[in-house]
Ligand binder design. Structure first.
Ligand code: AMP
Length: 224
């Protein structure tokens, strides 16, 4: 079967990470989430992490040169050879161009871009209520997916926290950045016939079903 090379596109908090978990269970794809890679660099206190943190805390994008360098290296890792799932990259036209060039060099193609559509008001409600266990990365929501004991992880009981960049004022900034710098990718991939819009306002299980149908169609078209 031919490889699936996918991009998950959409505003922060549109459910890309949640859907990515399910897609990875169904298809064996390397999951590349630049936000996770940056948070890891911050936790390790590397030079990259120190530089990135300033931008992340402000809700701004880390400069293209930094991200493209980090991403290109990751794309060439062994596990990404048979297909990948990108979450949070590309976020600018320059990053999309860099991805296109890297794939051309490797003689590979993008299979499709899943666009998760969710209105801004829903995003602010979703992200501001998000709480994470910093150790395991497990995610909860104070209204939609609360832990059994408020503020505590269900599995190991550790304290749940709000990510610095999940505060309401930072969320609004991240949304503004999305509309200004990332949304132009919608037309970019539509022109290339790669865009597959998904209604991201439904319940996660329903969104997952829609995603599964889109991916099955993509795979059939590719194998044809
Ligand atoms: P995320 O977890 O994908 O929402 O990313 C968290 C933060 O990391 C973003 O708000 C940006 O500051 C930074 N970031 C992640 N991916 C990128 C990217 N592709 N380009 C620029 N900045 C990024």
């Amino acid at each position: 079967m031919s490889e699936l090379n996918l991009i998950l596109l959409g505003p922060p908090g549109a459910g890309k990470g949640t859907q990515a978990e399910r897609i990875r269970e169904d298809f064996d794809l390397a999951y590349i989430a630049t936000g996770d890679m940056l948070r890891q660099a911050v936790a390790e206190g590397s030079d990259l992490g120190r530089e990135a943190k300033r931008y992340m805390d402000a809700g701004e994008l880390v400069p293209d040169a930094v991200i493209i360098g980090m991403f290109s290296e990751r794309l060439r890792a062994d596990d990404a050879r048979d297909g990948f799932l990108l979450d949070g990259f590309p976020r600018t036209i320059a990053q999309a161009d860099a991805l296109g060039e890297a794939l051309m060099e490797l003689g590979r193609d993008l299979t499709g871009v899943l666009l998760f559509e969710v209105p801004d008001e829903d995003i602010v409600r979703r992200i501001s209520g998000r709480r994470v266990n910093p150790g395991s990365g497990r995610v909860y929501h104070v209204d939609f997916d609360p832990p059994k004991v408020a503020g505590r992880d269900d599995v190991d009981g550790s304290e749940l926290v709000q990510r610095d960049d999940d505060r309401p004022e930072t969320v609004r900034k991240r949304l503004a950045v999305y509309h200004e710098q990332t949304a132009p990718l919608i037309a970019y991939y539509e022109e290339r016939g790669l865009l597959h819009p998904i209604d991201g306002t439904c319940a996660p299980a329903e969104v997952a079903e829609h995603v599964r149908r889109s991916l099955a169609t993509l795979q059939r078209e590719q194998d044809f």
